[in-house]
Ligand binder design. Structure first.
Ligand SMILES: *Cc1c(COP(=O)(O)O)cnc(C)c1O
Length: 323
């Protein structure tokens, strides 16, 4: 980061950013990329570039864009979101086929279907490639775009061996994050065709997401994408090991077979504890985990958690969960 060559990315001449955008577009098999500060902004510029105000976006009921992005789809883009419950975060092609509106002046125009891979709310579940292909086929036939919120798409690749570009082929726009398991401090990428990226670029500016000497953070993102992808399998092994250790304490808390990637959601009811309580006790032992009010708790494994750290976390969990 200290050595990064920088320019002014608002004017489009920061060589580190330009290089990163090209590298990522190539990787995903798209024409162009756009570096954005966050995944939420990536989703917004993508959806904004594919729609007009008053259009409808179809998504799964637990989608990140619906629950964790401050209502941006409505507030900033003027879109309506219509959601349908899926299975493990997966919106089925049959649901999509029924949901797309026939198109008349009375109904909103169904402009885009948004899918999420891996699915955060569904515990890091992978969106099966077959289903993504079926959705893509239906959408293309009916002139509806597909957006892939692929914040953790590289985890899906690590879990299945399917190259990310195969999922990217199913979508018009793809967002992914450098700042999750890949390990960079900041930044996300949007990839699409050149025309859509031009429009996304305008919206990024509108949202205040144009940054100037941003090669400094693009340099870290470049390290993340070049060195962070192959090692994700290690995170998945760690997550599985963590889930197994917790299931050993009480098998009602988590099913290790449901852990597909780097997230472990556990149910604290068998231990008669709540999320904030456990998070606080773990923090005192040097383990950071998400304990929202209630009985669910989320653990995420990542680049900075080595095998020894995992053993330490498991030791701390044994002490905290079984007094
Ligand atoms: C993290 C995440 C995002 C983007 O989040 P930011 O905090 O805005 O970077 C989008 N979608 C999913 C599924 C995510 O997990």
């Amino acid at each position: 980061m200290a050595d990064a060559e920088v320019g002014d990315d608002v004017l489009g001449d920061d060589p580190t950013v330009v290089g990163l955008q090209e590298f990522c577009a190539d990787l995903l098999g798209k024409e162009a990329g756009l570096f954005v500060p966050s995944g939420s902004m990536g989703n917004q510029v993508s959806l904004g570039a594919l729609t007009r105000p008053g259009d409808e976006v179809i998504c799964e009921a637990g989608a990140h864009i619906l629950h964790y992005e401050g209502g941006s789809v409505g507030a900033h883009l003027g879109l309506m979101a219509r959601s349908f419950p899926g299975v493990a975060g997966v919106l089925s092609a049959d649901i999509v086929a029924d949901a797309i509106r026939p198109g008349n002046d009375h109904a909103p125009r169904t402009a885009v279907v948004a899918i999420e891979n891996t699915h955060n709310g569904a515990g890091g579940a992978v969106f099966p490639l077959d289903e993504a292909r079926s959705i893509s086929k239906i959408c293309r036939e009916r002139d509806v775009a597909v957006h892939l919120d692929g914040a953790r798409i590289f985890n899906a690749q690590a879990a299945t061996g399917n190259p990310v570009r195969e999922w990217a082929d199913c979508a018009d726009t793809v967002t992914f994050c450098f700042s999750k398991g890949l390990g960079a401090p900041i930044g996300s990428m949007v990839c699409s065709d050149r025309e859509v990226i031009t429009e996304a670029h305008r919206i990024r500016k509108r949202l205040g997401g144009g940054m100037r000497q941003v090669g400094v953070i693009a340099a870290a993102a470049r390290v993340a994408i070049e060195t962070g992808v192959e090692r994700l399998v290690e995170d998945h092994e760690h997550a599985r090991r963590l889930a197994e250790a917790i299931a050993d304490l009480d098998e009602r808390a988590v099913d290790p077979r449901a852990v597909q990637t780097n997230m472990v959601y556990i149910d604290l009811r068998p231990f008669d504890l709540d999320g904030p309580q456990v998070a606080e006790s773990l923090l005192a032992e040097g383990v950071l985990a998400l304990g929202a009010p209630g009985f669910m708790m989320r653990f995420v494994t990542h680049r900075d958690v080595g095998s020894d750290d995992l053993d330490a976390a498991i030791g701390a969990l044994r002490r905290v969960l079984s007094p």
